[in-house]
Design a protein around this ligand. Structure first.
Ligand code: ASP
Length: 332
């Protein structure tokens, strides 16, 4: 008999309509799951957190708890399903993708746009698809099951607040499609791990998410870049990696930050595509700024957070930011 552990952190799926609006209700998800027909050959157990949250409240401590719970139960279960709110699911999926090093079991996140108590809830199919994915012994990665698709966790992003099509991974094909039949695209899955499971506990990092916007106040940005506590910057640039190169104050501030040992990673703020060196205004590598290729903002922040928690040297972290570790970027 195989065993799957559902870790329930909160989110709309297990919420109910209260006087103050939708809110998580302890025990509700369990009572709903108990009505499900058993999956043949699989035992399902539920670990419900004492403090169920709307995922907009997620903090470093919650990620540490999820990682600890997976680690503590790693040998007991064959797969894990994480029930999570949709607002920050892509961030948690990204953190888990990097933190669960050497993963050789499925960890599948899911949630829903409408709660299970709603007659038209998308939660049932999402939950069942997640359980099917968590039951695959050849899936060695973190994924999101949502709206009839299985997406790579470190590639997924929330794309809609109101459609059931809540998540997408624009630069990466889905890992599976749940239709009348299930299409498991297992050629796209990460290969079984050569390393043993060695999770990394993420520690606090001071990472600035800096998006280029026409009309921004240069002085304000420069002050932040000059902050002595800063550890790293994710620079969300225009198009294929462009910044206003004639803004010499900004260019000099970026250069000086790199010289002070701050890791700056360049990703595009455009939904589809990657940073390249096609334009004069994409000269950032000359300043020592690292290309994040086609990584999402969620994956870039998570990768910096986790790599900075490993004790790796600055040089090695910089090199790893442009390397494909867990399917998060397309190299070359
Ligand atoms: N605000 C909710 C959450 O992220 C939204 C959802 O679950 O869909 O917890």
């Amino acid at each position: 008999m195989k065993k799957i552990l559902i870790i329930y952190t909160g989110g709309t799926i297990g919420m109910d309509y209260t006087e103050n609006g939708l809110a998580p209700v302890a025990g509700l998800l369990k009572s709903q799951i108990d009505t499900l027909e058993p999956m043949s050959g699989v035992t399902i157990e539920l670990l419900e957190y004492e403090q169920l949250i709307d995922s907009s409240d997620i903090r470093l401590e919650h990620w540490q708890r999820i990682i600890q719970d997976i680690s503590d139960n790693y040998e007991i279960y064959d797969g894990f399903v994480i029930i999570h709110g949709t607002d920050t699911m892509a961030y948690t999926a990204s953190v888990l993708s990097f933190a669960l090093r050497g993963l050789d079991k499925p960890v599948v996140l899911t949630g829903s746009q409408l709660p299970l108590v709603h007659r038209r809830s998308d939660g049932w199919s999402n939950l069942i698809d997640a359980l099917f994915a968590a039951n695959r012994s050849d899936l060695n990665e973190v994924a999101i099951a949502f709206n009839n698709k299985l997406l790579r966790g470190c590639r997924a992003q929330k794309v809609s607040t109101y459609r059931f099509f809540g998540f997408d991974s624009v630069d990466e094909e889905p890992l599976a499609e749940f239709g009348i039949q299930i299409n498991w695209f297992n050629k796209r899955w990460l290969k079984a791990n050569r390393f043993s499971f060695a999770p990394v506990m993420p520690k606090e990092s001071k990472i600035l998410d800096l998006s280029m916007r026409p009309g921004f106040t240069t002085e304000f940005i420069i002050d932040t870049l000059n902050n002595a506590d800063l550890d790293a910057v994710v620079l969300q640039t225009y198009g294929s990696g462009n910044i206003p190169i004639h803004n010499t104050q900004l260019v000099n501030a970026l250069k000086s930050a790199v010289e002070r040992g701050i890791i700056i990673v360049n990703i595009t703020q455009v939904i589809e595509g990657r940073v390249s060196n096609d334009y004069a205004s994409s000269c950032l590598h000359d300043l020592g700024i690292i290309s994040g290729c086609d990584m999402t903002i969620e994956a870039t922040l998570a990768k910096l957070l986790v790599l900075r928690s490993t004790g790796m040297s600055l040089t090695n972290i910089k090199a790893a930011m442009s390397e494909n570790l867990v399917g998060e970027l397309t190299e070359g």
